[in-house]
Each structure stands twice: as C-alpha cells, then as structure tokens.
Design a protein around this ligand. Structure first.
Ligand code: SF4
Length: 567
C-alpha cells in the first residue's frame, strides 16, 4: 500500500498489462526464440488475452527431468464460438487442425468453445491463422476480458432461441477488445514494434481486473449455467414474444483452498430490462467492474467480490449514473434443469436436431470408440450447423427430414452412445481438462470421472436410481472450470487420486453445494456415497432432487449465498 496516496499497489499482472502496449509485450520475440519451447514469463500472461495458454505435459515431467530437458511445453488454444454455433466447414477445419497440430483430440468446453491441447510453439501461429481463415478466432477466449458469450444451446429450437442467440452475438461483438495486437502478431498485420497508439475505447490499457464471463439462459432450461457468470441474462417471454431479460450479476466458481476470503458465488438476479437495452446494460456492468474491481489482489478481483464489497444498491446506482440504466423489478421465471436434451428434437420450422453425448467434452477416437471420426463423417455431408453446448456436448442442428436417416446411419455405424442408454448421472456429468496439461490441476478430472461413474452407476442400479437425474461434476482444482460447486455431487482435486466431496447444490444451478468431506480417495467416496444414495432412494419425497434431499436430511447445510459457502 502507498501510504501517502492510500492507493493499493497494483498486482504484478496489472503492471504487465500496463507495460504491454495493448497486449503486444514481446510475444513476437518469444515466438521466435528457438532455444525454448516456451514463452517468456510476461508473454505467458499476455498470450492468454490472445486465446492461448502455455502448458506442459505433466505425464512426462519426471522423464524429461531425468534427461535434463526442459518440460515438454505446449499450448492450449481456445477458439471463441459465440453462442456455440459453427458450420460443418468450420467443424472440419477444427477437426483437421486438432489432428495436424494438436494432440488429435477436440475438447468441447463448458463455455461452448473448442479447445486444442498439445500445440507446439512452432505451430502456434499457423494454427491461429488457420482458425481465423475458418472465420473463427481466439481473441478474448482467455484473459482479463469478456470471454465467449454463452447461450441456451440450440438457437434453432424456436424463434425465441434464435433471437436470444442473436443478442448473445451482439454482446460478444460489442465487448470484444479492439487492440490491433492480435492481428499484428498472429495474422501478420503490420506495426508490431511499439504498435500504433490506439486505445481500447471500452477496456483501456489495463483491461479488466480479472476474467469476465457472460451467459444467457432461456427458462425453464438453465443449460448455460447462467448464475455462475459475472454477467447474465434470463430471457423473459410473454406468449410467443421475447420481451426482455432479468439481469444477473456476480456469479463465479473459483476459490482458493485455505482462503476463506475467496468463495464460489451464485449470481444475484437484480432486475428486469427490456430487450433493446441488453448491450447498453452489458457495457454498464463491465464498466462497473472495470472501475471498481480489485486490481491489487487477483484472488478477490472477480465481479462477485466487487458486488459483495460495495453492495447491490451502489451497483445499481452506478449503472444509472454511468449508463442511465434503471432496472425494473424482476420478472417471474422458473428453471427445471441445467442439462442438455439428448437425442432428436424437432423445432417449430420442421427441422431436426440431435444432441450427442460427449463424455467430459473430449472428442477422440479411443479404444475402438470412434466418436471424432463419426462427427467428421457427419460434417462431410451435413447441410445445417453444429452447436457446442455449455454441458460439453454437441448438437447436430438443422437437419432436414431427408438428411436425418443419413445422419442416423452414421451414428449407428460408429455406435455413437445413445444417451438414453446411460444413467442420468452420466448424462448430467461435467469434467474439466485437468491432467496432463493443466498446470493448476492437483488431480485427474476428465480422464477419471468416467471410471468413477462406472462405480457409482452400480450403486445407482442396486437402488433403482439409474434413471433419476443427479448432477455430478469434477475438476482438478478449485478454479472451477467445470463448475463443480453447482453440482449435486461435486468433486475437486486435492492431490493425485484425492478429492474434496461437495453435496447439496440444486439441480437447477440456483444454489451452491457445500463441502461434505475433505481429502477422500475412490474407496472412501464409494463408502461415503453408498449409504447416502440408498437413503435417498428409500426416503426421498416425490420428485425430490438429490441436492435438496441431502439438505433436508441434514447431511449438509444449504449454502444460501457465496459468502456462506465455508460456513
Ligand atoms: Fe485446470 Fe483447475 Fe480449470 Fe481444471 S478447474 S482445467 S484443473 S484450472
């Protein structure tokens, strides 16, 4: 703290942003350095704003150390897909890039984005260029900016879904950073050294204090997990007409083990606005966080902490002062689930849409299950679109009645999992990437959760719960990329094979869970959950969800607000 002026000392990341000349830094020099597969530390921070993270293959760390080699550095690239909609051509381009430059897998993220893993530095620029050629990009997919804007999964389900997706794209376009650095560095635009003296009209040179996530949901489905976002909108429909949105603010998942000043938080639903105001209100909320967010302590920098620190009355007053926003009282809405509707549905225009279950969002050909090849074959004949969902699945959308049998034939040929044949626990599962690439992971997530669910399914079978919807999510650390604190059964990695177990979230994404037991291994997890699930099977009331049951029976207390998560 500077005593004289009482101005908090900015965090080191703020200093890096300040000195970066609008995110240029020395990224070009780092890319050109042949002596290492990594980037300079400062550039590792800046490349996040360009949609890529430096990672290392932790499976190989020991062996590489033994050989006196630096870790095997590679890069995650996240492709921004506003509202999750891509064309078959874009799908094929992403598929081909993952084969040529990535680790041959395509990760479908919990924010409706594509993620490549294992891209080597020498291929980073080529890959980003190819992504842009396909008319997708990676700018602002990571970093202290507004990230990929999520929407309820299928914009073709009804005209209202289409309108909402369109609003999502408008927000995304408006909140995208304006710096030319991205084009200069990755797309061979000119002017790298020093760059031009442009300004970011909205962000300024410090951008936001922390990442900023936005989503829109259309009740009754909360498939975008809207309340886990900094900024959210709940569509309000009157008859057949989208009239406006309830605004939600201050959601976020991450916390830090051992630091009770940090906590996940479900967003507050703060008021109603008419549809035409959505972009202005988005800007107002972003500006509020830009100007009032904590820039000295990154662990307390998300909007959720700003809102708790300054209060909702001040927040609303600032929205009015800076952007003339006057919110009306919330309108009524009701969520019934967070998951996807699997299999075929038909939209009001007569077209068909098939949601494919992708376990952990990992599309890969493995152990004779050729899911990636199957979707590629479909993309080669498909005339509609693909939609990435917030639950890590993919919708083969806008299929005509004529094409439907052809697509069904391919799904059948590759024995693509029919979601109706798997437990509703697995259908409602999410896992983050975690090991081997994520440097923050304490434990496995996407590579392990399927095995754990195999074991839990056995308990469910005995108790006749296989067709009872229960949400389960696992992440390798408490950063919360897989939104584990909104799962009825949540796991967060503590050490290899060891997890914290959280219980008691609502099935609709409106209440956080709570820590039930710390540091348990697989045997203990099974031992702990078996009697609770049995109890649930025997004593639940009609339509009672598991998360509500464990609260009613006193296994955990309800978490009524983020700040009480640890209480
Ligand atoms: Fe990595 Fe943690 Fe995010 Fe999982 S939740 S991907 S382990 S940062």
């Amino acid at each position: 703290m500077d005593d004289e002026q009482n101005i908090p000392t900015p965090s080191p990341i703020e200093v890096i942003k300040d000195n970066s000349n609008y995110l240029r830094g020395t990224i070009n020099e780092s890319l050109a350095d042949p002596l290492t597969g990594g980037m300079q530390p400062i550039d590792q921070v800046l490349i996040k704003f360009h949609g890529t993270y430096q990672q290392q293959d932790r499976d190989l760390d020991e062996e590489r150390k033994h050989q006196k080699l630096e870790p095997l550095y590679s890069f995650l690239i996240r492709v921004r897909v506003p509202a999750g909609v891509t064309t078959p051509e874009q799908w094929l381009a992403m598929d081909s890039l993952s084969e040529e430059y990535g680790d041959k897998t395509l990760k479908l993220t919990t924010r409706q984005a594509f993620q490549f893993h294992g891209v080597l530095k020498r291929n980073l620029k080529k890959t980003i260029q190819e992504i842009n050629k396909s008319l997708l990009d990676t700018i602002a997919a990571c970093g202290d900016v507004n990230r990929n804007v999520m929407c309820s999964a299928n914009p073709f389900e009804s005209p209202i879904h289409a309108e909402v997706a369109d609003d999502g794209r408008k927000i995304s376009a408006y909140l995208t950073p304006q710096t030319n650095a991205y084009h200069e560095i990755w797309l061979d635009g000119k002017l790298v050294e020093g760059g031009e003296k442009e300004e970011e009209p909205l962000y300024g040179k410090l951008y936001l204090p922390r990442k900023f996530k936005t989503a829109i949901a259309i009740p009754p489905r909360n498939d975008s997990d809207v309340l886990s976002n900094d900024l959210g909108f709940i569509a309000i429909v009157d008859g057949e007409k989208l009239i406006g949105y309830n605004l939600t603010v201050g959601g976020g998942m991450a916390y830090t083990f051992g630091n009770k000043e940090t906590y996940p938080r479900v967003a507050d639903v703060v008021g109603y606005l008419s549809k035409d105001k959505i972009v202005n209100v988005s800007e107002a909320v972003l500006v509020f966080q830009r100007d009032h967010g904590n820039r000295s302590e990154r662990k307390n920098a998300r909007l959720k902490y700003t809102v708790d620190r300054l209060g909702l009355d001040f927040f609303k007053a600032e929205l009015k002062r800076t952007h003339g926003v006057i919110l009306e009282p919330n309108r009524e809405y009701k969520f019934d689930s967070m998951g996807d509707k699997y299999g075929w549905i038909q939209s009001t225009d007569g077209l068909w849409h098939y949601t494919v279950f992708v376990e952990g969002g990992k599309l890969v050909d493995k152990n004779g299950y050729l899911a990636k090849t199957a979707i590629r074959e479909i993309a080669q004949i498909h005339k509609g679109t693909f939609i990435l969902t917030g639950n890590q699945n993919v919708v083969i959308a806008q299929v005509s009645a004529t094409q439907k049998p052809l697509i069904e034939k391919i799904l059948k040929k590759f024995k693509i999992i029919n979601a109706s044949a798997i437990s509703l626990l697995r259908q409602n599962s999410i896992a983050c990437a975690a090991l081997p690439y994520c440097g923050l992971a304490f434990a496995e997530a996407e590579r392990y959760l399927p095995t754990l669910i195999d074991k839990l399914d056995k308990i469910l079978e005995v108790n006749d719960l296989l067709q009872t919807p229960i949400s389960i999510r696992m992440t390798g650390c408490p950063n919360g990329c897989g939104r584990p604190f909104l799962a009825e059964i949540g796991f967060v990695g503590r050490a290899p094979g060891i997890y914290n177990l959280y219980l008691g979230a609502s099935f609709t994404g409106e209440r956080l869970n709570k820590l039930y037991v710390e540091m348990v291994n697989e045997d203990q997890i099974i031992e702990i959950l078996s009697p609770i699930l049995q109890h649930y099977a025997q004593s639940r009331t009609k339509d009672e969800h598991f998360g509500d049951f464990v609260i009613r029976k006193g296994y955990v207390k309800a978490t009524t607000a983020g700040k009480y998560f640890h209480a």
